[in-house]
Design a protein around this ligand. Structure first.
Ligand code: FES
Length: 109
């Protein structure tokens, strides 16, 4: 079983998780209570983390992450709700302030 190390809220949590686990789902079931998240669908950026170790085991950022995080995806930032955990990983949500891009109106005059 993969192990997650999470730095959040001034604490560090180590937790074994099932293969292919989604960490936001685990947070919702209180297995990772310190993990910050919101929509769970790649729309709010509240779950943004930086990958400290283990990025190579993750799939590349998807279009939602690229849209919401922009160039930050090239600096190791990911949307936790979009990650599937297959191997040990260390992530941090300390000192991260990413704002979701403003929606553009579809109606133009
Ligand atoms: S929980 Fe909203 S983007 Fe991940």
């Amino acid at each position: 079983m993969p192990k997650i190390i999470l730095h959040a809220d001034g604490t560090t949590i180590e937790q074994e998780v099932k293969d292919n686990a989604n960490l936001v789902v685990l947070a919702a079931t209180r297995l990772l209570p310190k993990l910050k998240y919101g929509c769970g669908m790649g729309r709010c950026t509240k779950c943004t983390c930086i990958v400290v170790n283990g990025a190579e085991s993750l799939s590349p950022p998807n279009w939602k992450e690229e849209k919401m995080l922009g160039d930050k995806v090239n600096e190791g930032y990911r949307l936790t709700c979009q990650l599937t955990i297959k191997d040990d990983i260390e992530i941090s949500q300390e000192n991260i302030s990413i704002q979701a891009p403003k929606k553009q109106s579809a109606i133009q005059s």
